[in-house]
Write a new protein. Structure first.
Length: 427
């Protein structure tokens, strides 16, 4: 779906005319933007920035030789649906920074002198980074600066991974290149990803805490960010029973995320009973009840793809299958009423909650509207009084789980903390 930026362009023109006398080189202080201007932008803007489309453009055109660094970033944002107004703002790195931050009110964060030692957790795909390659801001560490003109360098974040994030750029042409340059000039992050409605991440330090993995799951480069992949293209995952040490946490997307202490910047979900804190000196648990037998349902509950894994959904309304939320159609592929699917990821886009099908591909379907209406699915659940045969069992998240014979459906059977039992054995 093509993004529209009509009203936003008009607003930008008005703001630029009003603020044209405020721009200037004053690196010794941070220039704030008027609160009323930001409120106006928020209330009247209809801009829709598509980060996936922007990144796809950056990766396709990183070495096409069209324009220098700032113009390349302008083209990337334009491909995502956001248009920078004014030729100077499009062509000059320092001026482009000043326009986005001091005129439009996007947030900016100081990353440090080349080594990205500060605010690395705030880097997201879709952001821009200004490099002070002319050393015009040497010694300045303000998150927001006022500076215009040529001489700086502008790059686009294509992979968010904390201090190991990657970027695409022109002059020099770079494709997913490590942002950590190790040079001595300052770097400032520009939160252009916020144009897509991304929430700002708030990362907190905690005492190093050891956890045991209860549910196998993906490892992300940032909270709710890109997945880590092995050399063969398969995603890096945690393994049930492994021990990890967490030193940072962040709440986003309805989950609590934890950063694994290692040489990278790896994040996993640590809420929803996916891990448990390792208690030192605890005796081993006793023998659990054997549930591999025929059972009747006492208390109905949803079924999952694995112990504490993703839920199964039953499709209630047929709909298109897309390459991404609100993206291109997958030919004539549609969901079928009554079809049962599992969803590995969800995302809000265009007023809808979208779900990615757990089919090894990258297929998305519309689940419900953002306000919870127009629901197109229901959870697959067990039925009170129904009989099943449990073929195997496993422990996860403080529960004993059982797999229904002949299926990949797992059911929560017994709460090991409270003693609640949802099934009865057939004698």
């Amino acid at each position: 779906m093509k993004a529209r930026a009509g009203k936003f362009i008009v607003l930008i023109v008005s703001a630029a005319l009003f603020l044209s006398g405020l721009a200037g080189y004053s690196p010794t202080r941070a220039q704030a933007y008027p609160a009323e201007q930001q409120a106006l932008i928020t209330e009247t803007s209809t801009v829709s920035f598509d980060i996936s489309a922007a990144t796809a453009y950056a990766r396709k055109h990183w070495n096409d030789g069209k324009g220098f660094c700032a113009e390349f970033c302008y083209d990337i944002l334009k491909a995502g649906g956001f248009i920078i107004n004014g030729s100077e703002n499009r062509l000059r790195a320092y001026t482009q920074y000043n326009y986005l931050v001091n005129e439009l009110g996007l947030k900016s964060y100081y990353l440090g002198d080349g080594k990205i030692t500060r605010n690395a957790d705030k880097i997201e795909e879709g952001d821009l980074v200004l490099w002070d390659k002319s050393y015009r801001l040497k010694g300045v560490t303000s998150d927001t600066v006022s500076i215009t003109g040529s001489g700086g360098h502008m790059v686009y974040i294509s992979v968010a991974n904390g201090p190991f994030s990657k970027y695409c750029a022109h002059n020099r042409a770079r494709l997913d290149f490590i942002l950590n340059t190790g040079d001595t000039y300052g770097l400032w992050l520009i939160k252009t990803s916020a144009l897509a409605g991304n929430e700002e991440l708030h990362v907190r330090d905690i005492s190093k805490t050891e956890f045991e993995i209860l549910v196998t799951g993906n490892v992300h480069m940032s909270p709710k960010g890109e997945l880590h992949y092995n050399g063969d293209g398969s995603p890096v995952v945690t393994i049930r029973g492994d021990k990890v040490t967490i030193d940072k946490v962040c709440n986003t997307g309805g989950y609590t995320w934890g950063r694994i202490v290692n040489s990278g910047w790896d994040w996993i979900v640590i809420s929803h009973d996916r891990v448990k804190e390792v208690e030192k000196g605890q005796p081993p648990q006793g023998t659990k009840s054997d549930w591999t037998c025929d059972v009747n349902v006492i208390i109905p509950g949803s079924v999952r793809s694995s112990p504490m894994g993703v839920f199964y959904y039953r499709i209630l309304v047929a709909g298109n299958i897309r390459a991404r939320p609100f993206g291109e159609l997958r030919g004539n592929a549609v969901t079928e009423v009554g079809r049962i699917v599992s969803i590995t990821d969800t995302r809000y886009e265009g007023g809808w909650l979208w779900g990615r099908l757990d089919n090894g591909g990258w297929d998305w379907i519309a689940l419900e509207r953002r306000d919870g209406t127009g629901k197109r699915y229901e959870y697959v659940s067990t039925v009170a009084g129904a009989s099943y045969t449990i073929a195997e069992q496993a422990t996860a998240g403080g529960w004993e789980w059982g797999r229904i014979a002949g299926t990949d459906y797992w059911m929560a059977i017994e709460n090991l903390r409270t003693g609640e039992v949802r099934f009865e054995k057939i004698r």
